[in-house]
Design a protein. Structure first.
Length: 442
């Protein structure tokens, strides 16, 4: 696939996979060096940005997110804004107010979430790179369901300027691609301190020291509750790692069990305040009876345009921050976060990375997802949320295929600022891994 052929077939391909909410009209790549796409919660000056929500339909940001600006400055052409769960609230990209992306290996299955459209685009278009965003696992989960590589860098590594916030203390912008080497290349491009985002800190420079992954720790808590297919693929992959000369040790990380409930308290607390700005006055939709009192207008507007999951998270997050409850929930979740960080730090004293499957099962069918409760779907995140609340970098690599042919991923977590060891691990792994690309066509 050349850049030109991707562009000329873009509409047709999208009609099949529904990865993009908004797309370029250009069929000529001009002097672009590469094509890229971005999750639709990153603002883009030339394309509508909705963050998967009906409430933002019509919003055309006047500026590019810093990460998109950097990709363009490096010669990238933005071809599409990727479908996602509304504001990032989900694990399958099915909580979307707009379109739901289809898994390239089986159109009846989900791409994972919430960066589902990004992982889909990375799997479908040859040589493509997509920017994703992870709050609690939204880069690694879809990467594993779509059989591609994905990295969520250390919190603070990439500027969040122009990112439509979900949870400000958790959101991280990263890279998804079918080629492991792209992860290093494009993370280097988008990383760096940015005066426009005070949480993008002064950070150690990337140094390609050639340091190889020598040892991994597998938490016992990280291999519980897996589907048969995931268990089989994961332990075969571990054998292959051993044969590559990596030391593998099983460890206890008891805090992992508490990470999921703590995450949902922290994430919904932050989300509920972030969503307060969508009242039908500043961004996107503004229809309605403007002669109503403020409260009546806001309630009408928010009831109509927020999806069910957004409403659920506003209720949950408002509750956990309420006077009288905040010590019991929010303050306690912050303490759990510290314990999780300590557990990781302990593991990194003796190991280069912590390893577990990325998700406990492979991409589910849409009809199975519709039978899942909100809690079932939250529980599916128990393997991805710990590294996210710790702010540690993590990478998902495809590690095998289930009996139904669906891809399965494993996730390496490294210490803060130690992305290079993850890039090395993914590149070494890729050399001997037989990737089964999905059959694509419009
Ligand atoms: N599934 C998690 C959630 O719904 C993580 C999503 C994300 O990282 N945006 O919060």
């Amino acid at each position: 696939m050349t850049m030109r052929s991707i562009l000329s077939g873009l509409k047709e391909t999208n009609a099949k996979y529904r990865m993009f909410h908004a797309m370029t009209e250009d069929s000529d790549p001009g002097d672009a060096k590469f094509l890229f796409s971005a999750k639709d919660n990153l603002t883009s000056a030339d394309m509508e940005t909705c963050s998967g929500s009906k409430i933002l339909v019509g919003y055309r940001p006047p500026f590019d997110a810093e990460s998109i600006a950097k990709m363009r400055a490096a010669g990238g052409k933005l071809i599409g804004k990727c479908n996602m769960d509304e504001f990032g609230f989900g694990t399958f990209s099915t909580n979307s107010g707009l379109e739901i992306p289809r898994n390239p290996y089986d159109l009846e299955r989900a791409c994972g979430g919430s960066s589902g459209g990004s992982a889909c685009a990375a799997a479908v278009f040859e040589g493509h790179v997509s920017l994703g965003v992870s709050t609690g696992g939204s880069i690694c989960c879809p990467a594993s369901f779509c059989g591609v590589y994905g990295i969520a860098p250390t919190y603070g590594r990439v500027s969040r300027y122009g990112l439509i916030d979900y949870g400000n203390s958790l959101d991280k912008i990263g890279v998804i691609s079918a080629d492991a080497k792209d992860l290093r290349k494009y993370t280097h491009i988008i990383a760096g301190k940015d005066a426009k985002d005070p949480t993008s800190c002064a950070q150690p420079e990337f140094k390609d020291t050639g340091r190889k992954l020598k040892s991994v720790a597998i938490p016992k808590e990280g291999v519980e509750g897996l589907s048969k297919d995931v268990e089989k693929a994961f332990f075969e992959a571990v054998e292959r790692l051993r044969s590559m000369g990596v030391d593998v040790e099983s460890i206890d990380m008891p805090s992992l069990k508490y990470a999921m409930p703590a995450y949902y308290v922290l994430a919904t607390s932050e989300a509920s305040t972030n969503l307060a700005r969508y009242v039908g006055m500043r961004y996107g939709q503004q229809e309605g009876d403007h002669s109503l009192k403020f409260d009546d207008y806001f309630s009408y507007f928010r009831s109509k345009y927020f999806g069910d999951e957004a409403k659920r998270r506003i209720l949950l997050g408002t509750y956990t921050r309420m006077a009288g409850f905040r010590d019991r929930y929010y303050a306690k979740a912050l303490k759990v976060r510290q314990v999780v960080i300590k557990d990781y730090k302990r593991a990194f004293e003796t190991h280069d990375a912590v390893l577990a499957p990325t998700m406990p099962f492979s991409a589910p069918r849409f009809d199975d997802i519709s039978g899942m409760s909100a809690l079932d779907s939250y529980k599916a995140d128990y393997l991805t949320v710990p590294a996210n609340i710790a702010g540690t970098p993590h990478i998902s690599v495809p590690c095998g295929y289930g009996s139904d042919g669906m891809p399965i991923g494993m996730q390496f977590v490294a210490d803060h600022w130690d992305e290079e060891v993850l890039f090395d691990a993914a590149e070494e792994w890729e050399k001997g891994f037989e990737m089964r690309k999905p059959e694509v066509g419009a």
